[in-house]
Design a protein around this ligand. Structure first.
Ligand code: ADP
Ligand code: MG
Length: 267
């Protein structure tokens, strides 16, 4: 049975997609069987895995709306080393179409159950909103990974996400928990980032992952070559940090993800 994780943060440009594809590639290098689900109509995780979003025969849209199976709609990201359930602009319409459907917030969960035995990890790249698509992701998952930059407003944005996780936990998915906050695009030379990082550890304790992802240009360059940074330049600092993060995830899963409550007290 796969462990399912959402990579979520309602802010755009914080590193969700970069985290999803590089964690996936890191896990694959550790011998884990991985599926990436692209829940963002922008299709960046699809393209960043080396799968052309314009040439998908079936996508996550067909799974959510059209009754396609995950096994039928997924494709192989050969160089990246994992499978992708891709997305493209078609998914933008799903938000409205879902509203009229039965079990509108559980459709992804039902579909993923059909492929759960094929994987050790399923990683869901969420769109930058707390929308019905994100809700489908959260309802499907065992846990949420929140990438965040250590900036001044970082903590403020977190409380909405933490509240959403609490509500989904209470009403839709008793399994769901905040697995951890991942500090990304980190620059240790910037004092403010160090301060925010300390604040995060004070408020969230061991919910802050040990691994820190540095700002590293190789991670930003990789998508234009259609591979995650971990594959594009394995020797780079960014790639090495993501492989380390993959190890940390495997270790956490091995120890069990911990029991409820889903989140530690908030700021
Ligand atoms: P999101 O999915 O949250 O919108 P992305 O993962 O697409 O965020 O990242 C936003 C931008 O920042 C992208 O251009 C990406 O290449 C870049 N980026 C992400 N993480 C890093 C990093 N650790 N170092 C340098 N650039 C990064
Ligand atoms: Mg993204």
């Amino acid at each position: 049975m796969a462990r399912i994780f959402c990579i979520a943060n309602q802010k755009g440009g914080v590193g969700k997609t970069t985290t999803t594809v590089n964690l996936a590639a890191g896990l694959a290098q550790l011998g884990q069987r991985v599926l990436v689900v692209d829940l963002d109509p922008q299709g960046n995780a699809t393209m960043g895995s080396g799968v052309d979003k314009r040439e998908l025969k079936q996508s996550v849209y067909d799974v959510l709306i059209g009754g396609a199976t995950v096994r039928g709609a997924r494709c192989r990201a050969e160089k990246a080393g994992y499978d992708v359930l891709g997305s493209n602009r078609e998914l933008a319409g799903a938000e409205v179409e879902l509203v009229g459907l039965e079990q509108r917030d559980r459709r992804l969960k039902a579909a993923l159950a059909g492929a759960s035995l094929d994987y050790d990890f399923i990683l869901i790249d969420c769109p930058p909103s707390l929308s019905l698509l994100t809700l489908n992701g959260l309802t499907s998952a065992n846990g949420v990974i929140v990438p965040m930059q250590c900036e001044y407003f970082a903590l403020e944005g977190l409380s909405d996400l933490v509240n959403t996780i609490k509500q989904v936990h209470a009403n839709l998915n008793r399994d769901l928990m905040l697995i951890g906050l991942l500090r990304v695009m980190f620059d240790p030379r910037i004092t403010l980032q160090q301060q925010v990082s300390e604040q995060l550890k004070d408020h969230f304790g061991d919910k802050v992952f040990n691994t820190v992802i540095p700002r590293n240009v190789r991670l930003a360059e990789a998508p234009s070559y259609g591979v995650p940074g971990v594959v594009f330049d394995p020797a780079s600092k960014g790639a090495q940090a993501f492989v380390e993060f993959a190890r940390e995830m495997v270790e956490r899963v091995g120890k069990g993800l911990g029991a409820a409550p889903p989140v530690t007290p908030t700021a």
